[in-house]
Design a protein around this ligand. Structure first.
Ligand code: KIV
Length: 259
């Protein structure tokens, strides 16, 4: 069988020129990463959403570098073909450029091939990380690490917000980001941003016109009970697992008791 082509940052950039859409999902462990990779997903993200779906935190703010490193190592063991991106967690890049670079390096040493940073206010930090040879993916719109300021709501709804978003996206492109995620942004605004950038714009809750889409794997597989309303469920794994576990319990309880 022919060896599957490895997806790199350059492949992702070339997809935009070729008008080829990008499919991206999160994974947090070896087994899920192996399944997504074998299914030929383009990008696997070790998202700090692991705080919600793996750790049971109420948001992504408590996620630590140590948690990101352990999960990135596990995902890396299951990933061969996909591009592997890891999130820089809250507190890992805000303090200063040196600490940010050191945390980005730790994620690369754990197996990531690129890092993702939320917000456009850290352009200098992003530039320093890229200068060190680490590709950076941006993240705009609703940025979960700023939930206490933004609230959980759509961004870019007013003309002023739309202009700001487009400006920020262009600034990330100019800084050298190889792609930008836009989250919870109206379809029409997402379309304008995708049209206005040379790098791919990957949407989540941002309509179908982006250059690609990303979802949390447990949301789209129907396993996470608190998934956002815009998420399309491609399976009901919660139902399937509960049914299987119930059947298992029933079989144990109904087995003969040794006399
Ligand atoms: O943390 C995450 O999983 C993310 C994606 C949902 C974009 O940032």
């Amino acid at each position: 069988m022919a060896k599957k082509e490895k997806i790199t940052v350059n492949s992702i950039l070339s997809y935009k020129q070729a008008k080829k859409k990008i499919a991206m999902l999160t994974a947090y462990d070896y087994l899920m990463a192996s399944i997504l990779d074998a299914s030929e997903i383009d990008i696997i993200l070790v998202g700090d959403s692991l705080g919600n779906v793996m750790m049971g935190y109420k948001n992504t703010l408590p996620v630590t570098m140590m948690e990101m490193i352990i999960h990135t190592q596990a995902v890396a063991r299951g990933t061969n073909r996909a591009l592997l991106v890891a999130d820089m967690p809250f507190g890992s890049f805000q303090n200063n450029k040196e600490e940010a670079l050191s945390c980005a390096i730790d994620l690369i040493k754990a197996g990531a091939e690129a890092v993702k940073i939320e917000g456009a206010q850290y352009i200098d930090i992003i530039k320093k990380i890229i200068k060190a040879g680490i590709p950076v993916m941006g993240h705009l719109g609703f940025t979960p690490q700023s939930v206490n300021i933004l609230g959980y709501k759509y961004q870019g709804k007013t003309k002023q917000e739309e202009i700001k978003l487009l400006k920020e996206a262009k600034a990330l492109e100019k800084a050298g980001c190889f792609a930008v995620i836009i989250e919870l942004v109206p379809d029409a605004v997402a379309k304008k941003i995708a049209k206005g950038l040379l790098i791919p714009v990957i949407g989540i809750g941002a309509g179908p016109n982006c250059d690609g889409q990303v979802l949390v794997c447990y949301d789209m597989l129907g396993m996470y009970p608190c998934s956002p309303g815009f998420v399309k469920k491609y399976a009901d794994l919660d139902g399937i697992i509960r049914k299987a576990v119930k059947k298992y319990i029933e079989e144990i309880y109904s087995a003969p008791v040794a006399q």
